[in-house]
Design a protein around this ligand. Sequence first.
Ligand SMILES: [Zn+2]
Length: 263
Amino acid sequence: MRLIERGSGSPRIAIVGGIHGDEPAGERIVDQLAEEVTVDDGTLQLVVANEPALDAGKRYTDTDLNRTFPGDIESDDYETALAPRLTAILEGADAVLALHTSHSAPPPFAIYSELTETVRKSVTGMPVEYVVDAAYLRDTTLDSMLENTISLETGHQGSEEAVEFGLEAVRDFLRVHGILQDEPPTFTETTVVKVEEEVPKGEGEPEVFYRNFEEIPVGEVFARDDVYTHRVKSEGTVPVLASERGYEDIFGLYGRVTGKIEP
Ligand SMILES: [Zn+2]
């Protein structure tokens, strides 16, 4: 793990890249920020989380870091022991942004587990049209562990666009929280999609027919392979993190639009 700290005092705002080692955008964004950002007020923490996995170009070395919080400092699994070290650095921060990329198609989006006032500001102050409410999904992710933490899916894994969009969104996030004061923050309403279930993947050639946040008409097939044909049964279903080869055991998640967050 690598920590770069700039500035002093409060607020303390953290940007975390490299939770997954096969998502190089996060580390590039953190390094670029370390080079260019002048902190106008408060403390900026820049963290590269999982260096061994990044060096190996793999999602993780022993276990998925974002499925292992709160972790266990005594564990022999690298990521399980890393989780509490990372949490200890971030604990008490006023706002945390964790950077991710995926194999699903754009647009970029944010994810939260609990909608606090800080999370509302963070989300509506970034250039994302959608935010995913993941409260019912898992309690082993960084954003479910630490208050006022959001994740940001910046784009397609390995793409330049993911780095560029991530940098733009992070600068906005830093303006929202007063770290950057070069220009005032701007806020826009954001559509909330609540995720409700994972869509399992079996074996054989995977096919996915709908993009993230695209409503799937009732009766239409979202995804299929040799084991599953997932025909949508209820109105208003939209896919989240939809991809054919992004994950070993799921095609993505089903969600539905539940409203908007106003600035
Ligand atoms: Zn990730």
